[in-house]
Design a binder for this molecule. Structure first.
Ligand SMILES: O=C(O)CCC(=O)CC(=O)O
Length: 264
């Protein structure tokens, strides 16, 4: 693991796999850090250079006072790519990470060889919903929302069969700084790329967990329908966090998309 000072923030990052292989940048979701990608990275690291980071407000990165914007998160990611001298890379974004990925691919399409958007949309949630979540976290921290979040992240069968892992991922959520979590909720509240995703020019795969309650498959598919040439796939027996619940299926979809688009 490593740290870099980017846009005046300490950003925690790591990479695995051969540094001379084509790069994949994985961008994580709200209330998580880059450990959610461990089981996906393990499946891809023989063939690709995998770059991971904790977005601001999360993990071991700085959590400056919010609100943040999708452009702030995108600026941090572009700065990390510059720091690592990554001219061109595949970009895989989960949920808010998918919004960051869409935004980066719109701002710097020449940098993005291929795009995978997982459990995300051009617009996620409502202003009222995000403001309520920001208020809840500001007054009570993460604990009061944690059980409801776990029900959206993971299917009932995962929660029943893997209670110890569930407790661990709940701990990850609980340890997210409230300022960082709320700051990124504001970024979600203020981001609406609906009118812009039609301009995406990068080969795009859009993926949804079939039981995702945060970004349900119909919402995810609606964004895929706006992106020229995008392919839409669902992952069976999966909630909002496929890299944890169905890493093999997600890794296989990513690998196939990159192979089909020559990023090998
Ligand atoms: O996961 C994200 O990045 C945002 C979507 C969300 O609200 C997740 C959740 O249900 O808590």
């Amino acid at each position: 693991m490593a740290f870099a000072l980017l846009n005046h923030q300490v950003i925690h990052w790591t990479s695995v796999g051969p540094t001379d292989a084509p790069a994949i940048v994985l961008v994580n979701s709200l209330g998580t850090d880059f450990r959610i990608w461990d089981d996906v990275a393990a499946r891809l690291r023989d063939r690709w250079h995998i770059v991971l980071h904790d977005k601001r407000g999360h993990g071991l990165s700085d959590a400056p006072a919010g609100p943040y914007s999708i452009d702030d998160h995108t600026d941090d990611l572009l700065a990390l790519a510059g720091h690592l001298k990554l001219d061109r890379f595949a970009l895989v974004g989960l949920s808010i990470g998918g919004l960051i990925a869409q935004n980066l691919a719109l701002r710097a399409p020449e940098r993005v060889a291929a795009l995978v958007l997982a459990d995300t949309a051009a617009r996620i949630g409502t202003t009222e919903g995000w403001n309520a979540r920001i208020d809840a976290v500001r007054s009570g921290g993460l604990a009061p929302i944690a059980d409801a979040v776990m029900e959206r992240w993971f299917t009932p069968s995962f929660r029943a069969a893997r209670p110890v892992e569930l407790a661990g991922w709940r701990n990850l959520l609980l340890r997210t700084p409230p300022e960082g979590y709320g700051g990124s909720c504001a970024a979600l509240r203020d981001a609406d790329l609906t009118g812009r995703v039609g301009a995406l020019s990068v080969p795009t795969l859009v993926v949804a967990g079939d039981q995702d309650l945060s970004t349900p498959p119909d919402l995810v598919r609606a964004t895929a329908d706006r992106i020229r040439g995008a392919r839409f796939e669902t992952i069976a027996s999966c909630g909002h966090i496929p890299p944890v619940e169905q890493p093999a299926a997600l890794a296989a979809l990513i690998a196939r998309h990159l192979e089909e688009n020559g990023h090998v």
